[in-house]
Design a protein around this ligand. Structure first.
Ligand code: FMN
Ligand code: SF4
Length: 485
């Protein structure tokens, strides 16, 4: 088996830089990260009329920990408070909020439940962010908080067991999900009926005081699958125009109902062929038996090369967003369900994953390359980049270099935000990082929900370490850890 040196194993900046340059010759990191108001990461910027106070964003991070009625619990509120405490001025979405009950990815997802006080729940979440921010010594200026709106589509599990609602037949994913007929396919009428649900959710977000909403189109969830729906007929499938129609209808519906509310989009800007573990080595490989088979069912995936991107349509989509007055884009890649190594580069795979088929640092750079391309072609859009957590100790060094050179506007933190949200505070203050709290990409926060548990940083966060789930997870990992003979 090939093993890859995690960035955190490099004891010196020079060693990390050598590794970085070997994997991505067009990349360089800054040796010195400048804290204080003059640092590149401390600079404010503007998007959709919103003044955003610095260059760090908290990515949306679900906890599978709401009530069955779709309201936040103490765990949810804690996570949002920590997002606020981090010092990041852009809180992108908080977490995925489903627009109706059948679009929940798990029974504990927050959602637009018409029978409960959703507005009260949203206000409570926002208050946690703002109070956390103030408690950590930051003023309200420049703090921008959005709510991420979603329907989980193919990955819906509203009551626990999978109840996929799909856009098109997909031989590989259908096989994995046990889908054998068209029963899971959403009709055009069902898709159209989602528009008022997105609009209602946006109205409540605006009423609660959120600064923007994110119409989520990533990670294999419904609106991402619609973008890839070449095999679908009717009004929402086939041509690029049809595949973007639902997104446009949702955006126009929100605009009409909430005229002043900025809209953002988190989008998987590129994809590759779904991967599976090799039966012997457990290393990820394209899930296909015919090496000449074309793959037409990805959005931003090259049809002939199973590991290459094709950015032609995603760039068109960004142009469309711009035309719709959307300026805030959160770039991500692929899906944690079919290419976890790309969506969230890690040293240790989740229980349903596989060993990395490439140096995870290369996977990180694939994120950074895509956002660089998009930013350079569409400089008026404001991009949040993804994939930084795996950089560990060297995250601030590459983040600063990318922002300083104008390759990306804001650096989004995902898993790092779960265990060490105040990394942001430390970087902005010019303090050294707390090495004990750096995410080592153990993937427990993905493995736990894949096995019906709530999510959190079980290995490192004392709050989760103390839960009975932590012990269950350790046992589970012993049984499922990929082994190399
Ligand atoms: C536990 C967990 C929950 C997540 N929840 C969401 C979510 O609600 N919405 C979303 O767009 N992405 C979600 N993601 C993806 C992250 O936002 C992010 O894209 C991913 O972790 C890669 O960034 P990182 O390398 O900084 O971790 C989640 C990831 C994890 C590990
Ligand atoms: S469980 Fe903790 S250390 Fe592991 S990937 Fe998630 S945040 Fe990182």
């Amino acid at each position: 088996m090939t093993s890859y040196t995690p960035p955190g194993h490099h004891k010196t900046f020079a060693a990390f830089r050598d590794h970085l340059r070997a994997v991505g010759p067009s990349f360089d990191a800054d040796e010195d990260v400048l804290g204080g108001p003059d640092g590149a990461l401390a600079q404010p910027f503007e998007a959709s009329g919103l003044a955003i106070g610095n260059r760090f964003a908290m990515h949306p991070m679900e906890g599978w920990d709401g009530t069955r009625e779709g309201l936040p619990t103490a765990h949810t509120l804690r996570r949002w408070r920590r997002f606020g405490q981090s010092g990041a001025k852009l809180i992108w979405g908080g977490e995925a909020f489903a627009v109706q009950s059948d679009g929940r990815a798990n029974p504990n997802q927050l959602y637009l439940n018409d029978d409960v006080d959703v507005l009260g729940g949203l206000r409570a979440l926002l208050a946690e962010v703002r109070e956390g921010h103030a408690e950590a010594g930051f003023d309200r200026d420049g703090l921008v908080v959005g709510l991420q709106l979603t329907h989980s589509g193919r990955w819906s599990r509203p009551d626990g067991p999978p109840v996929p609602r799909t856009v098109q037949r997909h031989p590989i994913l259908d096989r994995r999900q046990g889908i054998t007929d068209d029963a899971a396919l959403l009709t055009d009428d069902e898709l159209a009926a989602l528009v008022p649900r997105y609009v209602r959710a946006a109205e409540l977000a605006a009423a609660a005081g959120f600064d923007f909403v994110d119409v989520k189109a990533c990670h294999g969830y419904l609106l991402h699958e619609v973008l890839a729906g070449r095999a679908r007929g009717g009004a929402y499938g086939g041509s690029f125009e049809n595949r973007t129609r639902l997104f446009v209808e949702i955006v126009e519906g929100i605009r009409a109902a909430c005229p002043g509310l900025p809209i953002g989009c988190r989008v998987s800007l590129a994809d590759i062929h779904p991967h599976r573990p090799n039966a012997e080595t457990r290393i990820g490989e394209p899930d296909r038996d015919d090496p000449n088979a074309r793959y037409e069912l990805g959005f931003g995936a090259d049809a002939t090369d199973p590991t290459a991107f094709d950015l032609e349509e995603p760039l068109r989509f960004l142009g469309l967003c711009q035309g719709l007055g959307i300026e805030l884009i959160n770039q991500t890649l692929s899906s944690p369900y079919w290419c976890p190594h790309l969506q969230r580069p890690a040293s240790y795979p989740p229980s349903d994953g596989y060993l990395p088929p490439e140096d995870p640092l290369r996977s990180v750079l694939r994120h950074l390359e895509v956002v660089r391309t998009a930013k350079h072609l569409l400089p008026d859009l404001r991009f949040v980049g993804t994939g930084y957590t795996y950089l560990q100790e060297w995250l601030p060094h590459l983040a600063q270099a990318e922002v300083r050179q104008g390759h990306v506007d804001s650096v989004g933190l995902g898993r790092m935000a779960l265990i060490y949200p105040d990394l942001v505070r430390d970087v902005l203050a010019g303090r050294p990082l707390d090495r004990r709290r750096i995410c080592r990409t153990f993937s427990d926060c993905t493995t736990a929900p894949r096995n019906g548990m709530l999510s959190g940083c079980f290995p490192l966060d004392p709050y989760y370490k103390a839960m009975p789930e932590a012990q269950r997870l350790r046992e589970l990992k012993r049984m499922t850890r990929p082994r190399i003979s």
